[in-house]
Design a protein around this ligand. Sequence first.
Ligand SMILES: [Zn+2]
Length: 262
Amino acid sequence: MISRRQFTQTLLAFGLSSLMPRHLLASAENAITVPPSVMLHSRHWRILPDLLVRLRDLGYSGVTYRDWEQAIIGHTTLPEQPVILSVDDVTAVQGSPAFAYFERMKDNFLEAGFGAVFGVITRPDLPQDTERWGRLSAWAGEGIELATHTAHHSNLDNPSWLVEDYESEIVESAAVIAERTGQPVRTLITPYGSGYDIEHRSINPQVLSACRQANLRFLVGISTGQRHVHQDNEAGDVLYVGRANPGDEYTVNDALYYVQYW
Ligand SMILES: [Zn+2]
């Protein structure tokens, strides 16, 4: 099946732009294709080594949102078949049991030569493990991107929230990660896919405002969403991008299916 983007590009290639609705014409000029993106959690540690081998055999290279940003602004080019793998729910809170699994997954990415993204929940209300923050900082130095996954894993569409709630969940969580790791944060992975209205293709205005304040570039959904963004890249504004969620207990083949048919 031909995608809307291919359709618009075909019309443009044949000089048929007069047949196109104006909003499509405007967006076609600014269209960017989102690399295939898949969400993972700590429970996927079992399938990750095999998934990485299979992806590599198929010619894919793991990149981060930061890598992609550099390509969008023309500083670099992405490999021919980029894929963005992101792992949610990392935290440096004292005693959180899953940390060892996240670390194992980080090692798998590095051994495979894959860039990858981890979504960090900062939980400023709980005692922090300084040693774990040191490890996350080392990950950042090894090419892993650390995204904020908010302070408390909150629903960003909470109607009772005030501006300061958005600041503490988004702006402050990004600032904590940057301060603790020395890596600027450019990506917000939203809990529960909140913060974006898929039907109307619009970012929650409060979320957008907080992302701008925190100098974030990417708002990443938790489930399948937009695969092509049509925005003015030069403005450097916040881009909403989707991810594939092959399911809670998915297999390597499930994940590969979503990557290949992105
Ligand atoms: Zn999460």
